[in-house]
Design a protein around this ligand. Structure first.
Ligand SMILES: NC(=O)c1ccc[n+]([C@@H]2O[C@H](COP(=O)([O-])OP(=O)(O)OC[C@H]3O[C@@H](n4cnc5c(N)ncnc54)[C@H](OP(=O)(O)O)[C@@H]3O)[C@@H](O)[C@H]2O)c1
Length: 225
């Protein structure tokens, strides 16, 4: 049984991962602004911790509410930054909010929960990244706040890998593929169930210390930085 903390459980890929882990008998600390009603049926296997990732004080309190050891953390919550999409329409507050949710809060989460991971087994930290975080892959522009904050998330992952790798931590930036969610849109080829099953398999069976510091797909193949 894995003791996992998942963010962004209210919908999309985070909800899909919540379903994958609960259905297989794992113990889940679920963070989000809300929790899907269906999950309540899992009783004590689920611990819902309400948290707005845009609020650092709320996040600190949410991390303090994690009482047990953790084996892995999966950060799925993210903001698409629709109000800071193009250079011509920069709203500094919206830009900063996307950075808070997509990079600064994940850094706080990892830092605050490090002691819980040290008490557990595995010490895995998985950040949901995206092909749009790739610097060399950016030939189209747009998605300004989303791209820049996710590239920063990749750099955060590299800091964790470099600083904590020798202590048995494994950190990766994972591209879930193009998934049919509110963020991915209706033309995406992967369903939430398909994507979350692949992510579950990656986190539980593929992810090992040999992958520490990688920016990769769910089959373990690497993406260009
Ligand atoms: N879908 C794709 O094709 C795709 C591709 C590449 C990468 N990704 C990545 O995969 C992850 C999941 O994306 P998705 O497609 O599942 O997106 P989604 O359906 O839009 O869901 C976004 C999730 O983030 C949560 N969230 C946003 N702002 C929050 C806040 N301030 N506090 C707490 N939670 C917040 C949402 O919660 P609320 O319900 O409370 O808003 C929701 O649970 C993201 O990191 C995304 O960048 C997705």
């Amino acid at each position: 049984m894995t003791r996992v903390l998942i963010t962004g459980v209210s919908r999309g890929i985070g909800e899909g991962l919540l379903r994958q882990y609960l259905a297989r008998g794992h113990h889940v600390h679920a963070m989000g602004r809300s929790c899907p009603d269906w999950a309540v049926a899992y009783g004590s296997a689920l611990r819902f911790i309400p948290c707005d990732m845009a609020d650092p004080i709320a996040l600190e309190a949410a991390c303090d509410a994690v009482a047990e050891p953790l084996d892995s953390i999966i950060v799925s919550a993210a903001d698409f930054g629709a109000d800071a999409y193009l250079l011509e329409q920069i709203d500094p507050a919206a830009f900063a909010r996307t950075f808070q949710i997509n990079c600064i809060s994940p850094a706080m989460l990892a830092s605050k929960l490090k002691p819980k991971l040290e008490l557990g087994e595995g010490r895995k930290i998985v950040f949901m990244s995206t092909g749009n975080a790739s610097l060399s892959g950016n030939t189209q522009g747009a998605m300004l706040a989303y791209r820049t904050s996710k590239s920063a998330l990749n750099q955060l992952m590299r800091n964790i890998a470099a600083e904590w790798g020798a202590s048995g931590f494994t950190a990766v930036a994972l591209n879930p593929g193009w998934v049919r969610t509110a963020m991915g849109g209706e033309n995406a080829p992967l369903t939430v169930e398909e994507a979350s099953a692949a992510i579950y398999g990656f986190c539980q069976f593929t992810l090992s210390p040999a992958l520490n510091g990688r920016f990769c797909n769910t089959d373990g193949s690497e993406l260009p930085w």
